[in-house]
Design a protein around this ligand. Structure first.
Ligand SMILES: [Zn+2]
Length: 149
């Protein structure tokens, strides 16, 4: 079987943003739409891993590899200026929403972990690489994305 797709991006060398998000298939198309239409980036490097970058908190080899790839590939080859850490609601990396006592508790945990991961990564990444924090939340209309200040 062969499958051919036109691609206008192959001559490009740079992109402004790298994103790290969870592998969870339920959020893939919405996350993409948020980055493209919500934040306005059509070109971005994508790192996807269960629990997004939560594992950075363990200060293990994952953190080392992630930092190295962001520095050598996204920064070094593609010249990214920003890194988006994107968490999502009901993440299996946290045991799902039912692992939390309330919606507020879930939001507080995500906010705390996003900030902690940012602080760890910021020490090892170039100073002028801006780190943006966001998470999605389930609302009656679908998903609401919140960017932290
Ligand atoms: Zn997840």
């Amino acid at each position: 079987m062969k499958y051919t797709i036109p691609n206008d991006n192959l001559q490009k060398h740079e992109c402004p943003l790298a994103v790290i998000k969870c592998v969870d298939f339920r959020f893939r198309t919405s996350d993409q739409e948020f980055v493209e239409k919500g934040l306005g980036y059509t070109d971005f490097d994508l790192f996807s891993w269960p629990g997004a970058a939560k594992e950075v908190l363990k200060l293990n080899g994952f953190k080392t590899s992630l930092v190295e790839k962001i520095v050598t590939v996204s920064r070094g080859l593609h010249g990214v200026k920003k890194l988006l850490l994107l968490w999502h609601w009901d993440c299996g990396g946290y045991g799902g929403s039912h692992a939390f006592a309330s919606q507020q508790a879930e939001e507080q945990q995500y906010t705390k972990d996003l900030q902690a991961v940012r602080d760890i990564l910021a020490k090892e990444l170039p100073d002028d690489l801006e780190i943006v924090l966001a998470y999605s939340k389930i609302v009656p209309q679908g998903l609401e994305y919140l960017v932290l200040e």
